[in-house]
Design a protein around this ligand. Structure first.
Ligand SMILES: *Cc1c(COP(=O)(O)O)cnc(C)c1O
Length: 426
């Protein structure tokens, strides 16, 4: 890691600018939350939208669940340490963050698997309708899961229609069963109007599934108030649950007696430990569980969620927009960075907690950033993404990241052939 100290204060110039950022940190009501995370000192981490940082409480819990609960208490821990309740208890902690009253949110599986369950349930509730409408630019797994259902059910029972954002409204016709949308676009960061779109779809008899992967834990989500039917979301992004953390799903109370999912495993059974021969779903959202919960990773996520216990989501929103604002403005004002073309909506009310820039050499620029201690990410074909996770990112860090970026562009550092090498994960 080469030192950024060398050019601290040189590229962005001005000491007063640095001081302004330090002042913003001093006045930040969330500043002390940084101490709840392990953030490597020499890094500026702008990738919390892909993998959140490690909460110290999660680290502690990992040790506890492995050493004491598994190591010493073994199978007694299902009751003794409430392992069996984790899907519900972690689910309810998430519910608070997404505007869901109790009894509708459960922690389980991955976003992909949960989408399969919800899509199947929703399609079965819609007799005579077979079309699933989604965004053309939705996260691929969301579209892939629909494609899998098309193969399984046949085109007359399930068919995927991908539409551009501007055409969502006009695609909501009488043959549409389900509208599946990401709340925040994973590439551009564009934020969709959950309330308006949900109402518009429901007025035409369509059930709506929202994917909250890029909004849960970073901006206010009001599932109940927006009368949303179903939702899924991710545990390892803004919820900081760790790599491969379990995901969550939401089923509105009003649908719970009717909605049935096909992965009818024993953990979703009314009485798993009766070991009945026949499946009977548990009432409520618990019927959307399938197999045994991944106790270690769900415990870690459960501990990570406690970081949010005393946090006001509106405060998170305000800070992430302010952090992004600092980055955006600095890029706009730097002639060296004029090659970066903003893909995200310029209006902050219309975007989530990340910024995306197009550049023909985005991949190499991203690699150069990483080599110089600024972790951003790249999305094919030409997008540089920077995420502003408000729980642990400081304004001074954002200032430093723009300095590094400016130096990389000014000195053409990204042209180093080492930065062209592509690995499996980008
Ligand atoms: C990250 C992300 C996912 C991840 O899905 P998994 O099955 O949990 O790996 C799904 N959808 C969106 C929109 C995402 O951003």
């Amino acid at each position: 890691m080469s030192g950024h100290e060398d050019f601290d204060g040189q590229v962005m110039g001005d000491k007063t600018y640095q001081q302004a950022l330090v002042l913003m940190d001093q006045q930040d009501p969330l500043a002390e939350k940084t101490a709840a995370f392990e953030v490597p000192r020499d890094l500026v981490y702008l990738d919390g939208n892909s993998l959140g940082c490690l909460p110290l409480a999660a680290k502690q819990r990992a040790r506890e669940v492995v050493e004491q609960q598994w190591g010493q208490d073994l199978i007694k821990s299902w009751n003794l340490h409430q392992w069996i309740d984790l899907p519900v208890s972690a689910g309810e902690k998430i519910a608070r963050l997404i505007g869901a009253a109790p009894g509708q949110t459960i922690c389980c599986d991955s976003v992909s698997v949960n989408l399969f369950k919800l899509l199947s349930a929703a399609l079965a509730m819609q007799t005579g309708r077979h079309v699933v409408v989604s965004q053309q630019g939705n996260f691929p797994t969301d579209l892939y899961m629909v494609q899998g259902l098309v193969r399984q059910l046949g085109g007359d029972r399930c068919c995927l229609q991908r539409v551009d954002d501007d055409d969502i409204g006009s695609a909501l016709t009488d043959d549409v069963a389900v509208l599946l949308l990401s709340h925040v676009n994973f590439r551009s960061g564009a934020l969709y109007d959950m309330q308006a779109i949900t109402a518009q779809a429901q007025a035409r008899g369509i059930l709506v599934i929202w994917d909250l992967a890029h909004s849960a834990g970073v901006l206010p989500v009001q599932l109940d108030a927006c009368n949303v039917d179903f939702a899924v979301g991710c545990g390892y992004k803004y919820l900081n649950g760790g790599p491969g953390a379990p995901a969550f799903l939401y089923v509105a109370s009003r649908h719970q007696s009717q909605a049935r999912q096909p992965l009818s495993g024993w953990m979703g059974h009314l009485a798993p430990f009766d070991f009945d021969h026949d499946y009977e779903p548990a009432p409520g959202v618990a019927g959307f569980l399938s197999g045994t919960p991944p106790v270690i990773s769900m415990s870690i996520l459960d501990a990570a969620l406690d970081v949010f216990a005393d946090v006001d989501i509106r405060q998170l929103r305000r800070k992430s927009l302010a952090l992004a604002g600092v980055f955006l403005q600095a890029v706009e004002q730097s002639p060296r960075l004029s090659g970066l073309c903003l893909l995200s909506p310029a209006d902050e009310a219309q975007r989530g907690a990340q910024l995306a820039y197009r550049h023909p050499h985005a991949f190499a620029i991203c690699q150069a950033l990483i080599a110089h201690g600024v972790i951003a990410d790249f999305r094919a074909p030409d997008i540089l993404r920077v995420g502003f996770s408000p729980l642990y990112l400081r304004f001074a860090d954002v200032g430093r990241s723009v300095e590094v970026l400016t130096r990389i562009m000014q000195e053409d550092l990204w042209r180093d052939p080492a930065y062209a090498v592509r690995h499996k994960v980008t």
